[in-house]
Design a binder for this molecule. Structure first.
Ligand code: TYD
Ligand code: ZN
Length: 406
């Protein structure tokens, strides 16, 4: 009803992707009963936070989770770079406690360990994923982030010098309570490093398939700065990083500390947002129009492919792929199967349209004509590992920013 950041009541609905199943709710049996939820995006004309019209209970979405951070080499390299960047901003490796929120299988904290940080602690609600991290030597609190997990860490380890949260903030409904917990856990001069998929990239590169029920908010810098100020926190530096189709990395300190000077990067990025039409409702309507055009182009591609008797295989049983497949009505008749290296996803079926998921083993022996990059955000890595496919004359189908065959 009201904006998650500024509580404004007049939200503008610009995108309706219909009713879709939860994007990570893979099925072990295609006849299993599924729930469908409306997938609509609204933008706040006051602070320009884009947000979904509904919130699905996080316990349904995150208590058992198939996503594993460490599967991608690109993400591992990203984690290492992030650990180094934190050192640069004055968090000394020796003695510092690093806490990672939604630590998944411990990929980021392992990078901190490799950079010499000995005291690390993860917080991860998914039982299956938290236990993988613990077995790999990453101490992990198996809880949702909140006052309880903060108290547990304070009791066990004391305050944190550094709190990190990559690709989780957009999943949170009560972002006020979330950052209050960070403020409570941080030392006076500690820093909070946050990464969120950047709505600037979402809108300007038409990354509409990254919209699904787990992602409640689509952030620009403007609403984030406003939000942190309300919660006694200060954004002192911001960077654009390429991960997940383009993310924003924010460096935040306590307003009471202000140990670090606010960098020009904050002003620069706010100006770029303003100049790029992101504080203008017409931009959002134009984005939605192009989404319709992409659906039309994809349907056309699959009609032609069927007529020509060509075969398509998908790469990456991604959440974003499931938005795309459901919205466009693409199922097993169009895509025989999807390959994915995540063991937890293999031998399951995608939600809604029920495409089988397999391991990539043996793919080279199977004849097919197109590889559909549902994980287009890892395009280079995937094309590199499937060079044999290009060499035998195959083509890649890339859906974002517009439909392309290369
Ligand atoms: P990602 O694009 O991060 O996902 P989402 O849309 O779900 O947030 O997920 C990438 C998916 O692609 C993940 O299921 C792992 C898979 N993958 C492979 O199987 N092999 C690879 O080499 C790469 C890069 C990704
Ligand atoms: Zn608002």
């Amino acid at each position: 009803m009201n904006c998650r950041v500024c509580h404004s009541p007049d939200l503008h609905r610009y995108l309706d992707l219909g009713k879709t199943p939860l994007a990570n709710a893979l099925l072990s049996d295609p006849n299993q009963k599924e729930s469908f939820f409306p997938l609509e995006v609204l933008v706040c004309p006051n602070c320009f936070l884009s947000q979904l019209s509904i919130v699905v209970d996080p316990k349904i979405m995150f208590s058992h989770y198939a996503y594993r951070s460490s599967i991608s080499k690109t993400f591992q390299a990203h984690c290492r770079e992030m650990a180094r960047a934190c050192k640069h901003w004055g968090v000394a490796a020796s003695g510092a406690l690093v806490v990672d929120i939604a630590s998944n299988d411990g990929c980021l904290l392992r990078s901190f360990q490799q950079e010499g940080f000995q005291r690390v602690m993860g917080v991860e609600p998914a039982v299956n994923i938290a236990s993988i991290a613990m077995q790999a030597g990453i101490p992990t609190v198996n809880k949702f982030w909140g006052i309880e997990s903060v108290q547990e860490i304070l009791n066990r380890e004391g305050p944190a010098s550094l709190v990190t949260a990559t690709n989780v903030f957009a999943h949170v409904d009560d972002i006020g309570a979330f950052v209050d917990g960070v403020e409570l856990l941080l030392e006076e001069d500690g820093i909070f490093v946050l990464e969120v998929p950047y709505a600037f990239d979402l809108i300007s590169h038409q990354e509409w398939d990254t919209i699904y029920h787990e992602h409640l908010s689509y952030f620009l810098l403007k609403p984030l700065v406003q939000h942190f100020e309300i919660h006694r926190l200060n954004v002192f530096h911001v960077e654009r990083v390429p991960i997940h189709g383009g993310s924003l990395r924010l460096y935040v300190q306590k307003s009471s500390s202000r140990k670090r000077e606010v960098q020009i990067s904050v002003k620069n990025i706010l100006e770029t947002e303003a100049k790029s039409g992101l504080y203008d409702l017409a931009t959002y309507n134009g984005f939605a129009q192009k989404v319709l055009e992409t659906r039309k182009a994809l349907r056309h591609f699959f009609e032609e492919t069927a007529l020509a008797g060509k075969k398509v295989v998908g790469f990456g049983a991604t959440a974003k792929g499931n938005t795309l497949l459901n919205y466009c009505g693409i199922g097993p008749e169009q895509i025989s199967f999807i390959v994915d290296d995540t063991p937890e996803k293999q031998n399951l079926f995608t939600p809604g349209v029920h495409i089988p998921i397999r391991s990539a083993q043996g793919l080279q022996e199977i004849p097919f004509d197109y590889l559909f990059l549902l994980a287009w955000n890892f395009k280079e890595e995937i094309m590199d590992k499937t060079r044999w496919f290009k060499q035998r004359g195959g083509s890649y189908l890339i859906p974002i920013p517009e439909v392309r065959v290369i």
